[in-house]
Write a protein that binds this ligand. Structure first.
Ligand SMILES: Cc1ncc(COP(=O)(O)O)c(C=O)c1O
Length: 379
């Protein structure tokens, strides 16, 4: 999609990464670590100072205490954290519950483990789940439920009421909750992120996956971590060791520096994303799209039913080969959204659209600089 966007000179909204710079302090720490020859393997489950820094961050932000020696595993991004956890904790034939629309890795991850994914819909326009549908997805074979909040691509930030429903079912069916909290600091309009591990009696059955990618704007560094009780961590570390050995040593050093940035860093991050969200929401709305207002993360799901195509796939295919949609020159910037069609989220929405006779939806990414988004608003 990015190649297509480049070929047609379209504004590319398809890629989920920020196009503005990471903190100089963090970048300098990485350079210094390399120059000081911190260039060999770190301990497979993570350099001690980095694990200590992660433990401090969770204690200070959420009052969550994790033992860096036995409960923290540093890995190559949340991507590895998720697959390593699933490989370690599920067996072929187990079931894993996934909310849809979902970040595209979860289902293939389950597939690679030989586990079956059971999908539970988040319903538009506010992207909540129905408790009865969620309950029906649980069975004696359920090993885990994956919870991504703030959510890609719906922008939902699950509240305590929703978390306690998930927690109650996880306890009742004696299964794990694997949380993907990668957008924990990208929150809008006063939304608050509550880690599942902080819900009553949930620390012992929660596997928390996170990474530096989104909060510190370094998606290319591939540094993430998994927090889990010692017994679970023991298995996760074994899988991690044989999958990747370890995350880049000098970047873990920079990670320790990143974790020590003051609270203002996170406030600024959320404020800047909020401005981008508003700009893009206004541009999409003015162009005739229905938009779900995200509470967190950096995606906007748009309803394209107003444009008269049978579904979202038809909508994004209707371009004239020069980067413009036949549907109208005012909406050519949506060319960049085509990649999301490959995402299950959009397939789900298409399915919904077919069922209801409504148009469908595509997703746009907010993680673009205002400099790039502003011309988009004009187009
Ligand atoms: C929900 C979610 N989880 C995980 C990832 C990937 O994280 P990482 O770069 O740490 O592997 C992404 C990237 O877009 C994401 O949206």
């Amino acid at each position: 999609m990015s190649r297509q966007a480049a070929r047609h000179g379209a504004i590319n909204l398809a890629q989920g990464f920020p196009d503005f710079p990471a903190s100089d302090i963090v970048k300098r720490a990485a350079c210094e670590a390399i120059l000081q020859d911190d260039n060999q393997y770190a301990i497979t489950w993570g350099a001690k100072p980095f694990r200590d820094a992660i433990a401090r961050k969770y204690r200070d932000w959420y009052g969550l205490n994790y033992d860096p020696e036995r409960e923290i595993t540093v890995c190559c991004g949340a991507t590895e954290g998720m697959i390593a956890s699933l490989l370690a904790l599920t067996n072929p034939g187990d079931e894993v519950i996934v909310f849809e629309p979902f970040y595209e890795n979860y289902r293939p991850d389950a597939l690679l483990c030989g586990a079956e994914s059971r999908l539970v819909r988040l319903h538009p326009p506010d992207w909540r789940f129905h408790v009865d549908e969620l309950r029906r997805a649980f069975s004696p074979r359920t090993k885990a439920i994956i919870l991504n909040s703030p959510n890609n691509p719906t922008g939902r930030v699950f509240d305590r009421g929703e978390l306690s429903v998930v927690a109650g079912l996880a306890r009742e069916f004696d299964c794990l909750v694997i949380t993907d909290e990668i957008y924990e600091h990208i929150l809008y309009d006063g939304a608050a992120h509550v880690p599942m591990a902080n819900m009553p009696d949930m620390r012992e059955r929660t596997v928390l996956v996170n990474s530096m990618s989104k909060t510190w704007l370094v998606t290319g560094w591939r540094v993430g971590w998994v927090l889990a009780p010692a017994e679970l961590t023991d298995s996760i570390r074994k899988v991690h060791d044989f999958l990747t050995v370890g995350a880049a040593a000098p970047l873990q050093h920079a990670g320790s520096v990143a974790m020590a940035l003051p609270a203002e860093y996170y406030a600024t991050l959320a404020r800047e994303y909020s401005a981008r969200r508003d700009l893009l929401m206004d541009a999409l709305t003015a162009a005739g799209f229905g938009c779900s207002r995200p509470q967190g993360a950096y995606y906007i799901l748009t309803d394209v039913s107003a444009f008269g195509f049978p579904d979202d796939v038809a909508f994004v295919r209707q371009h004239d080969g020069a980067g413009r949609y036949r549907g109208g020159s005012g909406i050519q910037f949506l060319r960049g959204c085509r990649a999301r069609v490959a995402n299950y989220a959009v397939l789900f929405l298409q399915e919904r659209a077919n069922a209801t006779g409504r148009g469908g939806a595509v997703a746009a990414v907010v993680a673009q600089s205002v400099g790039r988004t502003a011309p988009l608003a004009r187009r």
